[in-house]
Design a protein around this ligand. Structure first.
Ligand code: ZN
Length: 458
């Protein structure tokens, strides 16, 4: 692997917009030490045409990558999120730690090739197939950490608190036995991961949802966790969940959460699809991040997030690939915007008076929200941040003779070719010429794992 400490970019997207002739320098630990525009390329210095900060994928269940495309057959009755979930449970029944590592490595290599350089892993398969904790409490979590280290992906691990099957502390179903954790088990896993924290890894926590964790339990875990750590929760993904929350608590889920906890920038509310006007304003004002997963939300028939009023109220958002029906940052952003165009029957929704270019608005906003949700110094080409960057293929016809201002509009909206050529994470090139540096070995291990899983499932 080539060790370099600087890159010259003809055009680079910096926090204040596109700049020409930019030198980005980083230290041996992979942190950016200088960014300067209007400089001359030095002899022998590596150069690139178009450079963007790498994207944050703020919501992942890595093992679900192996289920992609296998749940697209209509059942006897109407299919829904809940029927999909039954299929996912069946799939999770036999998966081993080795499978989890192989699948996560494949997923992370794909995400890197499509411009993601950080992932937040919402990790809930924590027990063995019999429902017992592994001898090492963080056994499966450590496999995801190993996959991230092997592929170069920046990671925020979020061990999940998962105790009930529904509002009102309903007992878990037998098919949920591999997910069961109380506050003590979650803290055991977090403590086991603490020693692995570093520039490439942060550890937070994820109460699964208000369905699966009580307020008392969430409070107990938060009380044991250092203040700055990220907290993620699934919320208001389905209309059915809103109805169950109203029946059990008299309040809609986001309102209920906000009344019980001090929701602020350390929180990521994943989906938050079904918000009324008051919840939309309150969530925006809280400074928390809405974790939007447009391809999964479309695939599962969740609904559309009220993006326009949320942005008008100053709300923050980031994107995640969740079930990994797509591994492309571009596809998430494109569908986020297209859902809104179809809903409102107008164009160019995700923009602001200060940033009218939709591609730029989406990329920069998702970087800021994603970095906050990851709890890591990422999301910008700026001093102190990680040297996480994406080089686009300047030779691609879509980018021929293009001005930098039109690059993100083209990248996000035009065609399905992957325009990502090279990807650096923490100062190390992990993707070169469109291929992950260990792509073949990772894919072979994935194919072997999937073949074995198929025999276990049948
Ligand atoms: Zn999820």
């Amino acid at each position: 692997m080539t060790i370099a400490t600087s890159l010259f970019a003809r055009h680079a997207l910096l926090p204040d917009g596109w700049q020409d002739d930019v030198r980005i320098q980083w230290d041996g630990a992979g942190a950016i030490t200088a960014v300067k525009a209007g400089v001359q390329q030095q002899a022998g210095e590596a150069a690139a045409g178009l450079v963007l900060p790498g994207m944050v994928n703020l919501h992942s269940h890595a093992f679900q990558r192996a289920l992609g495309g296998l749940t697209e057959t209509a059942g006897a009755g109407p299919d829904s999120f809940w029927t999909w979930r039954d299929l996912m449970y069946r799939f999770a029944r036999h998966i081993t730690p080795e499978h989890i590592e192989a699948i996560a490595a494949q997923l992370f290599s794909e995400c890197l090739r499509h411009g993601y350089t950080s992932v937040c892993e919402f990790h809930y398969v924590q027990r063995d197939p019999q429902g017992q904790m592994y001898a090492r409490p963080a056994e499966t979590a450590e496999r995801v950490v190993a996959a991230a280290a092997a592929t170069g992906m920046g990671l925020t691990m979020l061990p999940v608190l998962y105790s009930f099957s529904g509002f009102g502390e309903q007992p878990l179903k037998p098919e949920q036995k591999r997910f069961r954790t109380g506050p003590a088990e979650v803290m055991q896993v977090i403590e086991a991961l603490e020693g692995l924290r570093g520039p490439q890894l942060e550890v937070g926590v994820a109460p699964h949802s208000l369905r699966a964790a009580s307020a008392a339990m969430i409070g107990e875990v938060l009380g044991s966790l250092p203040q700055a750590r990220p907290v993620h929760i699934h919320i208001a993904e389905q209309q059915g969940e809103v109805e169950q929350s109203l029946a059990a608590t008299g309040q809609r889920p986001v309102r209920h959460l906000m009344e019980q906890f001090e929701i602020g920038p350390r929180w990521c509310l994943v989906h938050a699809t079904h918000l009324d006007e008051g919840e939309t304003r309150a969530l925006a004002a809280s400074g928390a991040v809405a974790g939007l997963c447009p391809t999964t939300e479309a695939n599962l028939g969740d609904g559309l997030f009220p993006l326009s009023p949320y942005l008008a109220a100053g709300g923050r958002f980031g994107i995640g690939s969740d079930s990994h029906i797509s591994q492309s940052a571009v596809e998430e952003l494109r569908w986020l915007e297209y859902g809104q165009r179809l809903l409102h029957q107008r164009r160019n929704v995700a923009a602001s008076p200060a940033q009218r270019r939709v591609g730029d608005f989406l990329w920069q906003s998702a970087l800021q929200g994603g970095a906050l949700a990851a709890g890591r110094p990422v999301g910008a080409l700026a001093v102190g941040k990680r040297a996480d960057l994406v080089v686009l293929d300047s030779e691609h016809p879509n980018l021929a003779a293009i001005s930098p201002e039109d690059v993100l509009g083209t990248f996000v909206f035009c065609g399905n070719d992957n325009l990502v050529s090279d990807v650096m994470v923490g100062g190390r090139w992990m993707v070169r010429g469109g291929r992950h540096v260990a792509q073949d070995a990772i894919a072979q291990r994935y194919r072997d794992a999937i073949a074995q899983l198929r025999t276990l499932r049948s």
